[in-house]
Design a protein around this ligand. Structure first.
Ligand SMILES: [Zn+2]
Length: 448
């Protein structure tokens, strides 16, 4: 059976991930992501109303025109998890394919949110829910399986396409977490089996984000302990404490909610995306929040909530808000500018349970946000966080476990690929033979 891989997006940047695998006449597309930094560069861009080709020209969504060179039918569109660099272009591209969108429950819920917000295209692809551990037939000879992985968002999977020529493992995004906060541990056992069974692993497409960092990525339980330590140290403080983190990181939000209670404060989630992600996780039974946890997204209800906090005393509450990257329109940035009823005073604490995404726009905005908060007297606690991506040791482990015949580095630009290339070379792989460094819009024929 012919096996071909089209590297559509995410091979020249971090963002707009998209890869297609053709096995005979059947094609599966993994991820359709958005490169948010390309959108943020332009002031007031409303992507909801924009046409796909304009967004492709901006570099914001994958340029899927290479798909016309692939001879076969798309059988499924498979987002791996709910981060925007994996699902953010589905509303703009999925309608071009007569294929279902297959995803884990939480990811699918977030995809639905994306499709509801779309104003330019009517996307009526069938939505199919599939849990980790389950599989479905693709055409007559292939099978698509979801393997449970741990990442900085719940319900992430690594999809595996089993073909008669061997398995294709799509490895974006993960860390190997043996003690995550909300979920089952990383399913290393299943990867071990996949590495050994049948024809073995024909190809492994891997996320190179942290390949240049030594050691292993710590577990979410490490970030949780760090957070607990920081918050317990504030137990005696009677003024304002505010926390921010990735809204999509429901495990972290859950930890913040718990520790707020432990230091005698009522947690309250504020900001549209806080409400969206945590609300979705709660509806699906993925997280158990206290019954009286307030979640407010709309401006009016947020302001009402802030007024209540000011009236009843800041010392009784922990607002958990958006704005960890200093995004200009996010809640924490607005608080820093004094645009909300919440008044920050000398000595108040601000917890960033997040790392600045190393990108000039983010770094500048975050700097500005912190300065605004500091000017009002706030004390900053930053970097209470662990990454969601594998470092060196995780990459060694995956190569050793899967023993792939071919490796395709992804989720980076050329510079970002180089540490991973060195690592793979040290394991016996050779560029141009079984280690395929490529860029967007190319095809790699693995079996002719
Ligand atoms: Zn991710």
């Amino acid at each position: 059976m012919e096996i071909e891989i089209a590297t559509i997006g995410g091979y020249e940047e971090v963002g707009r991930n998209c890869t297609a695998v053709r096995a005979g006449d059947d094609i599966v597309i993994f991820d359709m992501g958005l490169n948010l930094s390309k959108v943020l560069l332009h002031d007031n861009v409303e992507t909801e109303q924009m046409h796909s080709l304009d967004l492709i020209d901006m570099g914001a969504i994958p340029d899927d025109r290479v798909m016309s060179e692939l001879e076969g039918d798309v059988q499924a569109i498979v987002p791996t998890h709910g981060h925007l660099d994996h699902i953010g272009a589905i509303a703009k591209l999925a309608h071009r394919y007569d294929a279902p969108i297959v995803a884990s429950p939480f990811t699918l819920e977030l995809v639905k949110g994306q499709l509801e917000g779309e104003q330019k295209f009517g996307v009526d692809n069938e939505l199919v829910e599939m849990e980790a551990g389950e599989s479905m037939l693709i055409g007559e000879e292939c099978e698509l399986e979801f393997v449970h992985v741990t990442h900085s968002i719940i319900d992430a999977v690594n999809p595996v396409l089993h073909t008669p020529e061997g398995a294709i493992v799509y490895g974006l995004d993960k860390r190997i977490d043996h003690s995550p906060v909300l979920e089952e541990p990383f399913d290393m056992e299943r990867f071990r089996e996949i590495g050994r069974e049948g024809e073995g692993v024909l190809a492994y497409i891997e996320d190179c984000t942290n390949a240049g960092r030594k050691g292993r990525t710590p577990s979410e339980s490490v970030a949780r302990r760090h957070l607990k330590d920081a918050m317990q140290s504030m137990e005696d403080y009677s003024g304002g404490i505010v926390a921010t983190t990735f809204s999509s990181h429901v495990s972290r939000v859950k930890s913040l909610v718990e520790f707020a209670r432990e230091i005698g404060r009522q947690p309250v989630l504020l900001g549209r995306s806080m409400e969206r992600y945590s609300g979705a996780a709660e509806r699906l039974g993925k997280v158990d929040f206290p019954g009286d946890l307030g979640m407010f997204g709309h401006r009016k209800s947020v302001d009402r909530s802030f007024k209540r906090i000011m009236n009843e005393g800041k010392g009784n509450f922990l607002p958990i808000v958006t704005g960890h990257q200093g995004e200009p329109r996010a809640m924490l940035t607005r608080m820093g500018r004094g645009e909300t009823p919440y008044e920050i005073e000398e000595g108040d604490k601000v917890i960033f349970s997040a790392r600045v995404i190393p990108e000039p726009t983010n770094e500048g905005q975050r700097y500005q946000s912190e300065q605004l908060l500091r000017m009002q007297g706030a004390r900053i606690y930053d970097d209470i966080h662990v990454s969601g991506h594998l470092r060196e040791e995780g990459h060694y482990k995956m190569i050793e476990t899967l023993q792939p015949q071919n490796i395709i580095p992804a989720h980076q630009n050329m510079k970002g690929f180089s540490p991973y290339v060195d690592l793979a070379k040290s394991q016996g792989y050779k560029l141009g033979r079984d280690l395929h460094v490529t860029s967007n819009g190319n095809r790699i024929q693995l079996v002719e």
